[in-house]
Design a protein around this ligand. Structure first.
Ligand SMILES: Nc1ncnc2c1ncn2[C@@H]1O[C@H](COP(=O)(O)OP(=O)(O)OP(=O)(O)O)[C@@H](O)[C@H]1O
Length: 249
């Protein structure tokens, strides 16, 4: 069963100067189980829109999107909200933690919404926080910790419900290079130790080199993709840079 299948997905925006502007054009993307895939492309090519429709944040105007074999485009609003809570994790550039809650409470939000007493009473939050090296700051508030620590808390929150797929939109966009490296190493750890697939939008070839495969968007269409054949991230980064410079695969 694939983690994600986007079949002929399109999305238009109503823009008063140019009505019904097509932002995504017949997108076909498949993510197998436990894949770590990047999405790259120039500014305005549709990366965030793609992530938003793939994760059910936004509705597409045509095509179908299957997550773990279930068509999210056919779901009613409440059904989709429940499905998203149980099957999808989201990580954003600006962390999106609730400032009035501690790190522990932020991570627990999906469990509380889901009334998951088993996990709430167990030690899942502690174990996960320890894995991402934020075990010692669970009782602090977001404004008391660094950006990198906030992002690692947001990652814990995104995976506490064991989603099939984790969507990340520029997860290192607000971080310095050391914190970025650390966050990316935890994405790799999650990819290696859990069954989740990861789809990550990034501008940054240094981040994208951690992916197994990078899909390039251009003007709302898939330009093509390249795969990393080995553990050699440096040569993969050079191939990514080459595609970005030439504008074709
Ligand atoms: N809510 C909206 N209403 C109208 N147009 C939008 C909306 N959101 C995005 N767009 C337009 O859709 C196009 C794609 O935007 P999107 O944010 O998906 O691109 P992106 O590749 O993620 O860009 P960036 O790398 O700059 O974040 C752009 O032309 C943008 O102006």
């Amino acid at each position: 069963m694939n983690a994600l299948e986007m079949r002929q997905v399109s999305k238009k925006y109503w823009i008063h100067t140019n009505r019904n502007t097509m932002v995504l054009n017949n997108i076909d993307i498949v993510l197998g189980k436990n894949e770590f895939v990047g999405i790259m492309g120039t500014s305005g090519s549709g990366k965030t829109t793609l992530l938003n429709v793939a994760s059910g944040i936004d509705k597409c105007d045509g095509g179908d999107i299957f997550i773990g074999g279930q068509n999210i485009c056919a779901m009613k609003k409440n059904e989709l909200s429940l499905f998203r809570r149980n099957h999808i994790g989201m990580v954003f550039q600006d962390f999106n933690l609730l400032s009035s809650l501690t790190v522990r409470e932020n991570i627990m939000v999906p469990l509380i919404l889901d009334k998951n007493t088993e996990k709430l009473e167990g030690d899942d939050v502690e174990r996960l926080a320890k894995m991402l090296d934020i075990g010692s700051i669970l009782d602090q508030y977001p404004y008391e910790i660094s950006g990198g620590q906030q992002q690692r808390a947001a990652i814990c929150r995104a995976i506490i419900n064991d989603p099939e797929i984790l969507f990340a939109d520029e997860p290192t966009g607000n971080l310095d290079s050391q914190s970025s490296k650390r966050v990316l190493s935890y994405f790799e750890l999650i990819h290696q130790t859990r069954e989740a697939s990861i789809l990550m939008v990034t501008h940054d070839p240094f981040s994208a080199r951690h992916c197994q495969r990078v899909i390039f968007l251009q003007d709302g269409s898939v330009l093509g993709e390249i795969s990393r054949q080995s553990s050699d991230k440096e040569s993969f980064m050079n191939r990514i840079l080459d595609v970005l410079q030439r504008g074709h695969i």
